[in-house]
Design a protein around this ligand. Structure first.
Ligand code: AMP
Length: 529
């Protein structure tokens, strides 16, 4: 278990919000955030003070009055308001539940119901979606609108978090002490059975993963002199902990960008003198097609990728174009997230995801239940302070009694001990770094009137890594077309989960036990999958 670390004589690091206080004390005037959409710039001391005031408002009796351990859902894009809200929730001893603004009302309502959020923080872009998805017992707070009087929107209290913060007399609220083992973050991922699962991450999980990455020096992951591009979504653990919290702990500048556009993002890199980028494979693919990429990337000293396989063609092409190698990391939401990285020994090699970061151990398990011979593939198991505490709410299916957790990914160790990923045991499809569990999509398709059964598979895709493909069987006499099925599914599924292609088939192959034989689908239908 991680011990709370005393970093200087006054501030102990128990939560990620302590990183912010330390960086603000060290260099208060350093620009911490640049919100590329609004142009807003906040120094470390401004950010730290606003986080404290926002945390006070969240806890204030009579205003919102959340209590320690209450879940606060955040439905915001990559913005200064997201950063303020997240650190305020953590500072107040509450549990943050970041939500994907690309989700549909049905996806969000299910999660909101499961986590029983006391508060939901939205802005004018996500307000409608949030208000429609929240339950009656959840207060919805808008952060970006200046509203002088309380208004109601469909019966919900609509008030501006920023105006509440401004109107509040400064006080010396003492925030509740959190323990390293207290729950800090609940991140919902799709479950293999189709229902969302809340990954329970503690303060220790988050802090330890950031500290392990801070310790790497070959090259340094991030330093106070860096300006970091935060374009990966902050509702995902990679953007939240490995980009945002890591940059805050180093006291670096952070440029927030809500949507990736290859040309626009390169302009921002040049304009803001961005020096480090943590990206996903699809970003590097799109950048490699922009003729000015070499020139635009001039200020950059480090590039990294994670969340999905970085194809060697993209790695090599990017090196040819820019002279820079992309460092690759491997991890998952359940491990806060980083398990291995090529930054550990500084050897960025195509196809390798590197060595375990300090504190994380991995082992490769053969089907026999024994550890695999060195060099043989097997399931990757992981142990360390970043490993989660099971799924919400009852800590189910977490690490075993010795702290080991089976990732469901298949990998092998090369001669240098670095990990290479070869396959996935789980049926998950990874679209642009986002996980899609086929069952969730199948349930939606099977809920469409006229569809009797559906099987969902991943197809390789040069743009997004993989794409969702579905085979559906229709009730005799039903006249639905593939496009109509896709259109109906899109009402319930976020865009990345929605099938790109639907094939209508007569029947699906079955195993001896009557289950749909997924392994045989590809061969039976001669799909190019
Ligand atoms: P998530 O929980 O959304 O972060 O997804 C985690 C999954 O993404 C892992 O279990 C892997 O299957 C996959 N993944 C993460 N990083 C990589 C990588 N560098 N290469 C290949 N797959 C990856």
């Amino acid at each position: 278990m991680c011990q709370t670390q005393v970093v200087n004589s006054t501030i102990r690091v128990t939560s990620v919000s302590d990183f912010l206080s330390i960086s603000a004390a060290r260099d208060p005037q350093r620009v911490a955030l640049v919100d590329s959409a609004t142009g807003e710039r906040l120094t470390y001391s401004e950010l730290d003070e606003r986080v404290t005031s926002t945390a006070q408002v969240l806890m204030d009796r009579g205003l919102l009055s959340a209590r320690v351990g209450d879940r606060v859902a955040i439905l915001l894009g990559n913005s200064a308001d997201f950063v303020l809200s997240y650190f305020a929730v953590i500072r107040a001893g509450l549990v943050a539940v970041p939500l994907n603004p690309g989700y549909t009302v049905s996806e969000l309502s299910q999660i909101m119901q499961q986590c029983d959020a006391r508060l939901l923080i939205v802005d004018s872009a996500t307000g409608e979606l949030g208000v429609t998805s929240a339950s009656d017992s959840c207060t919805v707070v808008f952060c970006d609108e200046v509203i002088t009087e309380r208004e109601t929107l469909r019966g919900f209290l609509k008030q501006s978090l920023r105006s509440l913060v401004r109107g509040k007399a400064p006080s010396t609220t003492v925030f509740p002490e959190v323990a390293p083992d207290d729950l800090a973050l609940l991140l919902f991922t799709s479950g293999s059975d189709g229902d969302p699962k809340g990954v329970m991450l503690t303060h220790e999980n988050l802090v330890s993963n950031v500290q392990a990455l801070t310790d790497l020096r070959n090259p340094p992951t991030v330093s106070a002199e860096d300006t970091v591009l935060a374009v990966l979504p902050l509702f995902h653990v990679y953007g939240l902990n490995t980009v945002l919290a890591l940059a805050i702990s180093a006291g670096a500048g952070i440029v927030l960008l809500d949507r990736f556009d290859p040309v626009g993002s390169l302009e921002i890199i040049s304009r803001e003198h961005v020096t480090t980028v943590a990206g996903a494979p699809a970003m590097y693919l799109m950048w490699s097609r922009v003729p000015s990429v070499r020139e635009a990337m001039r200020p950059i000293r480090m590039l990294s990728s994670g969340g999905a396989p970085l194809p060697p063609e993209i790695f090599n092409r990017f090196e040819e174009l820019t002279g820079m190698r992309i460092y690759e990391g491997y991890g998952m939401t359940e491990t806060s997230p980083v398990i291995t990285s090529t930054v550990v020994d500084g050897r960025a090699i195509a196809g390798s995801v590197g060595l375990p970061i300090p504190g994380m151990e991995i082992k490769i398990m053969a089907d026999s239940g024994e550890e695999a011979e060195h060099g043989d593939p097997g399931e990757i198991w992981v142990r360390g302070p970043g490993v989660f505490h099971g799924y919400w709410p009852d800590h189910s299916n977490g690490p075993d009694s010795n702290g080991w957790f089976g990732t469901g990914d298949i990998g092998l160790l090369d001669e240098s001990g670095a990990l290479r990923l070869v396959d996935r045991r789980r049926e998950v499809i990874i679209v642009n770094g986002f996980n899609v569990f086929p069952r969730e999509v199948e349930i939606v398709l099977e809920g469409i009137d006229g569809v009797t059964e559906a099987a969902v598979l991943g197809r390789s895709d040069s743009e997004t890594g993989e794409a969702v493909t579905a085979l559906v069987v229709l009730r005799p006499g039903t006249a639905l077309t593939s496009d109509e099925i896709i259109e109906i599914a899109a009402q319930s599924l976020a865009r990345f989960k929605c099938p790109q292609e639907v094939r209508i088939v007569e029947s699906l192959p079955r195993s001896a036990t009557g289950k749909i034989a997924k392994g045989r689908l590809r061969e039976v239908y001669e799909l190019d999958l």
